[in-house]
Each structure stands twice: as C-alpha cells, then as structure tokens.
Ligand binder design. Structure first.
Ligand code: ASP
Ligand code: MG
Length: 439
C-alpha cells in the first residue's frame, strides 16, 4: 500500500482533478489518496473566520458567498452526468449551509476550526463523486475517524495506526481509498487541524501508521531544489536526499514540504517521493534513510530571524550560565534555532517574537543584551557536509563580500548555518549557488 498526497494546486481546477484521477488509477498497488483543499479555499476559510472573529458578519457572509460561487462554477466542469452533478450540488449545498449556520451562532475557536475543515471535506467529496461517475471503485475515508492529536497538538501515531488499520480491514481487496489531509480530532474530540500546509503531515503520518511502501507528495514543482528558485537563478531539483538532509531543509524554508512531515516517515523508514503532477514522469526527489552522496546538496534560507546576544563576564569559567539563559526562552515557549558561544557571550536566534520584550527584560539581569532584527539564516545542507574537505572554505569564500553575523558548524554532520542581515540574502544565496556546488 502506498500513500499519494495531492496539494491544493493539483486539485484546484477541474482538469487537474482529472489528472489526479489518471495518476491514482495507474499501477496495481493499493493506495490511500490524501487531498488538500482546492487552492485558495483554506485562505478563504481563514478569511471567513477572521471576519467572524471581528464580529463582521456581513463581511463573513460576503466571503462565504464568494467561495460558494467558486464551487458552483467548479463542479459542472468536473462532472458530466446529471446524476453526478446533482450529487456534487448537494455536497456543496450541505457545506455552505453549514457555513451559513455558523454565521448565526456565537463565534469561538472551536467553530473556527470547524470552518477550516470544510475545504478538505469538499475537495475529497467532489473527487469521490468524480471517481463514482467514472465507475472507478474507491472507498471514502473520513480522516476525523482516525487522525487525532493530543493535548499538546502532537499526533497520536499509535492510536492513528490502530484505528486506521481496523478501518482498512473492513475493505479487503479495495485498491483506492480517498481521505482528507490536514484535518483531525483533538483531545476534546473537537474538529482540529495539523496547521497550515498540514496535508503533507497527514500523508506522512498515514504512511507511518500503516508502514506504507512509499509516501508520494504530488505538487506543482519538480521536487526539492538545491536553492530557492524564487530568489536564485539556475537552481535544479535534487534527485536523492536522506531524511536528515530533508528535515534540515524543510524547516529552513524549503516550502515544498511541511517541516514536521519528515519524522513519521523517517521513524518507519518509508521513502518519501516529491513528484510533479504536471510532469508525472519526471524523477522528482526521493527522500530515504541513506544516500551515498556527500558534500553540499542544497541551500535554504529562512527570513524573519532575530538574533539576541547576551554578554556577561559572569559567563567566564562559569557553569550553569547557559541553562539559566535557556530557561527564559523555555518559560516563554520560544524555540531557539541557532546558537553560537564565546567565552563571555552567547548569541541565539529566534523567529517567534511574541514574547520578545519579556524575554529581553529577564535576560537583562545576566548582562548586556543586544538585539538584531531582520536577519536571515542560510542553511547549507548535505550528507557529511562537516566532514567533506573544503566545504567550509567554499562557503566562506562565497560569503566574503557580506558581513556574517553568526556561523554554526559541527552541530550536525549535515549542516552549516550562517546568519546575516536579510538585505544580503539574495546576493549571498546567488554567490553560494555559484561557489559551493560542484556542477
Ligand atoms: N489546506 C490546508 C492549507 O492550505 C492544508 C494543506 O493544503 O496542506 O494549509
Ligand atoms: Mg501544501
């Protein structure tokens, strides 16, 4: 059994949905098809929730009507028969009636999450209707019946596995299962979600839960690139990478994959393939346990970083100093990304500024604190990068013209990270692109 996940743009137009249908009906292996909402839908649903949160019902109503007309224009192009069209109309009717009812009751966070769940329910139901119209046998699974998160919003993998295995056992011999990405139940048994872009995470969790043969993530680009194609010229897709390399890259802004979606597949050693719906024969990127290649494989950047330097002579030869510093970040639930130390100072970076002022206030008791905002982390990733001769030199040579604020090397064997002011990002990425890859 394999997992095939299709993102919003892959299902965002009727003809694309037909392509998805072609892709999932190739080959004999049974598959679970995980779909995102049609592109733009989740953003619209967020907008509806925001309007309701601001008690602006007429704006919410307008946004619901706009989205409704999008679906009313979508289904006649997707489906041909009167029967299938009537079914689609009823599905759309049901979900928009639900949204309209929410307009009338008092708004809260649980209702907001109910709103957000409508996109994936709509896309999968419409897709299932298409399969039925074409007499393609398939089983519709409601993700809310098996996907769950605990009180810390962490997926409950063993429960998911147990429930999903039991559900699949009810359908022996079936080849195609269709289900929703992103949505789940939380510990209060309310509808919840795996955060924006979470459909990849769903796919990876399902792959781990049933120990699938592969987890295919179908998008509209040809795999993970060796550098950010939006910023840098002449990038190319990476054919193969390890889970460790992919995890470093996914976090550092390689938008193609949700950062959390690596660990479930990695834990159960399910290969992940990043494939292109528009070019199904292209190789894409294969992510697996071990790769033979060494050296720099890719570069990724993450903006919106703030560097904080704490300088204190009390740090000199002292123990326990770093713990006290880190405890402050822990207290405010603020993750630290990069760390560098000297004998008398430590610099850390964060990207969540919600508690910056409280953190700074508490840090002040330890010494002088300096803050640099608008920084970018550039992360140079590759299997055994730290042991490959010359990598550090080529990185530093490429960065020679730019003031580097922090360097982190040796933290893992797959990564060198540097921090610099965001104004240098584009030029630095381009220079690294030319300097560190052996073409
Ligand atoms: N539809 C959700 C979003 O746009 C989940 C996903 O597409 O992965 O964030
Ligand atoms: Mg996505």
């Amino acid at each position: 059994m394999k997992i095939m996940k299709f993102g919003g743009t892959s299902v965002g137009r009727p003809e694309r949905m037909h392509q998805v249908k072609d892709l999932i009906t190739r080959g004999d292996e049974p598959k679970i098809v995980v779909l995102s909402a049609l592109s733009g839908t989740t953003n619209s649903l967020v907008g509806i929730g925001e309007a309701l949160a601001a008690a602006d019902r007429s704006l919410a109503k307008l946004r619901i009507e706009e989205l409704h007309s999008h679906y009313l224009a979508f289904y006649p192009e997707l489906l041909k028969t009167t029967e299938a069209r009537a079914k689609a109309e009823a599905i759309i009717q049901e979900h928009f009636e639900f949204l309209n009812i929410l307009l009338k009751i008092s708004f809260n966070e649980a209702i907001n999450r109910d709103i957000l769940a409508q996109g994936e329910l709509l896309s999968t139901k419409l897709f299932q209707t298409l399969l039925e119209e074409l007499n393609i046998p398939s089983v519709f699974l409601v993700a809310l019946d098996f996907m769950s998160i605990d009180e810390n919003s962490e997926p409950e993998l063993s429960k998911i596995s147990e429930k999903l295995t039991a559900i699949l056992a009810l359908h022996p011999g079936e080849k195609i299962f269709v289900t929703q990405g992103y949505i789940c139940k939380n510990h209060r048994n309310e509808v919840d979600n795996l955060k924006r872009g979470g459909s990849d995470y769903t796919a990876s969790l399902i792959a781990a839960a049933i120990q699938a043969s592969a987890c295919e993530i179908w998008t509209d680009i040809d795999g993970m690139h060796n550098n950010d194609p939006r910023v840098v010229d002449r990038t190319r897709p990476i054919a193969e990478m390890s889970f460790d390399e992919a995890a470093e890259l996914a976090y550092f802004g390689a938008k193609i994959l949700h950062p959390a979606s690596i660990w479930p597949a990695q834990q159960f050693n399910v290969p992940v393939k990043l494939l292109n719906t528009m070019e199904p024969e292209a190789h894409g990127t294969l992510i697996k346990e071990k790769v033979e290649t060494t050296g720099v494989k890719a570069i990724a950047a993450k903006d919106g970083i703030t560097a904080i330097k704490i300088k204190s002579t009390r740090m000199l030869l002292a123990y326990g100093f770093l713990r006290k510093v880190f405890e402050i970040f822990e207290k405010y639930k603020t993750p630290i990304d990069m760390i560098t130390t000297s004998e008398v100072a430590v610099s850390v970076t964060i990207d969540d500024l919600s508690h910056l002022s409280q953190i700074l206030e508490e840090l002040n008791q330890f010494g002088t604190v300096e803050v640099d905002q608008n920084q970018t982390i550039i992360c140079i990733v590759g299997n055994l990068v730290s042991e490959t001769k010359g990598v550090l030199k080529s990185v530093m040579d490429a960065l020679l013209p730019y003031p580097v604020r922090m360097v982190s090397y040796g933290g893992s064997r797959h990564n060198v990270s540097v921090l610099l002011d965001s104004t240098y990002k584009k030029a630095a990425l381009q220079s690294l692109n030319e300097g560190v890859f052996k073409w």
